[in-house]
Write a protein that binds this ligand. Sequence first.
Ligand code: ARE
Ligand code: CA
Length: 485
Amino acid sequence: MKSAVTSPRARTAWVSATALALVLAGCGSSSENETEQPRDGNVGVQLFQWSWEAIAAECEAELGPAGYSWVLTSPPQEHIVGDQWWTSYQPVSYQVESRLGTREQFAAMVETCDSAGVKIIADAVINHMTGQDSPGVGWAGSEYEPYRYPGIYEPEDFHYCDTPDHDIHVYSDAYQVQFCELVNLSDLATESPHVREQIGAYLDDLLSLGVAGFRIDAAKHMPAEDVAAIVGALPEDTVIMQEVIRSAGEPIQPEDYLDSGDVFEFTWGREIQPIVGRSSIRMYFKMGETSIYAPSEQAISFVENHDTERNGEAFTYHDGASYVLANILTLAHPYGTPVVYSGYAFSERDTGAITGADGAVVDAECELPDDPASAAWVDGQWVCQHRWPAISAMVQWRNVAGDAPIVHEWDDRDALAFGRADRAFIVVNRSDEPLTGSWETGLAAGSYRDVISGATVEISGDGTLEATVAGGTALAVHVGAIAQD
Ligand code: ARE
Ligand code: CA
C-alpha cells in the first residue's frame, strides 16, 4: 500500500493554480468580473436524497456557475422498499436502480454534471446488506432473504459475531465494531475474496458510469486492511472519502484509514458550534491543528451531514444566523475540503423525501424564501442550503482564496477578521450588535462588493477597510468581485 503522502488517492487537491490565474487575469477586463470564477475549487455539496434528474438540472443551473466542484449523492444501489430515507442504506443488490433514479438517469447525471465542471461522488454502502429479518423484494425487483442475496451473497459471506443478537453493543470493543452488526445490518465478511470481488465489481461499475469516487459508508465497521484491499484495486485517481466517526476513547480512529484515502472529520462540526456560540472566538484560528483533526489535505470538513442533522449534534437549518455563520466560517478557513449540506425539512427523524405515486422521490426544486435563515420551512420542502446567498457567495470566496494562507488575524470578544494573502478578506460578527471597525486587509485599494450583503465597500490606498458589520453576520470581499471605477 502506498503511503498517504504519495498516493493521489489520498488527496482531494482540486484547486488548480491555472484556474485561479484565469480569475485574477480577468480583473480589469470588464466593469465587474464576478462572472469569472475559478472553475476548479474544492467545495462539495451533499445533495441528500436528491434524485439523479434533479442533481443533473442543479449542476447546470446552479452548482457549476456557483463554483461547486463536486456533489455527494445518496446511495445509488437497489435498496429495500419503504418510506424512510434510510432505506437507501440497506442494499438488496448492486444494480444502479433506486427510488432516486434509474441507471440511465444516473449515467446522464454524471455526464451533465461533468460538463458543468462538477464531479460526482457516490455514497458506497459496502459494509453490509439489509437489516431485514424476513424475506423481501427490493426496489428493482430482486428477491432476498436474511443473509441470502441470490447471485451475489450466500450465508457464508457474512459475519456472525459472538454477541447474542450479533449486534454491536459497545464501541470500545474493536472486534464488535467490525465483526458484529451495525443496527442489525447483515455484516459482510469483507476479508473474503468473493465479497471483495462483488464490492469491487459494483464500484468499478459506478466508475464506468463516470463517477470520480466514493464516500465509504460505515468504513469504521470494516477493518482498515479490508477497505485498503477494496480501494487498492480501484484506479489510482479514484477519490475516497471515508466515514469514520471520531469518538474519544474508541479503539478505531480515522487515522487508521488514511492510507486508503480521505476521512470526514467530525471534529470540525463539533468545534465550529461553540465558536459561533459562546466560547473563545479566537480558537477558530487554531482549528485543524490539534491531534483530534485529520491532516488538512486528507480531511473533509462539514457543519452537518444527514446523520448529525438528525441527532442534535450539529447546527441545522433551524439555527438561523448561527447556522449561516458556521457555514461561512467553515468555507473561509483553509482547513480541509469542505462539503455543504443540502436536504429537506422534516419533523420526524425517519421521514423520507416526498415520493410520487410510483414510490420514486419527486425531483427537488429550490424555492428560496427571501431570508432562508429565518424562514418557516414546511416538512418535505427542499431547504437548498447550497443556494442560500451567503453560503453560495462564500463558495466563490473560497475558490478565489485558494490555498492562500491566513493573514492579518484579528479578534475581539465576539468578532474576528482575517485575510487570505492578497486575495480575500472577511469580518465575522457573532454578536447581536453591529460592529464598526477598521481593518488592515492586505488587499489592493479599490471598490469591492461585500458578497454577503451585496453592498459596495471601499479599501483605501494602504489596504484599510473601514466598515460596519451588522449583528450575526459577516462582511466578505475578494478579488473576484471588484467594482472597477
Ligand atoms: C434503520 C433503523 C434501525 C434498524 C435498521 C435495520 O433505524 O432501527 O435496526 O434500519 O433495519 C442509516 C440510519 C439508521 C438505519 C440505517 C439502515 O441512520 O437509522 O437503521 O441507515 O437503514 C454509527 C456508525 C456510522 C453510521 C451511524 C448512523 O459508525 O457509520 O452510526 N452512519 C452511516 C450513515 C447512516 C446509516 C449507516 C451508516 C448504515 O451515515 O445514515 O444509517 O448504512 C458513536 C460512534 C459512531 C456511531 C454513533 C451512532 O458516535 O462513535 O461510530 O455511528 O455513535 O451510533
Ligand atoms: Ca463489518
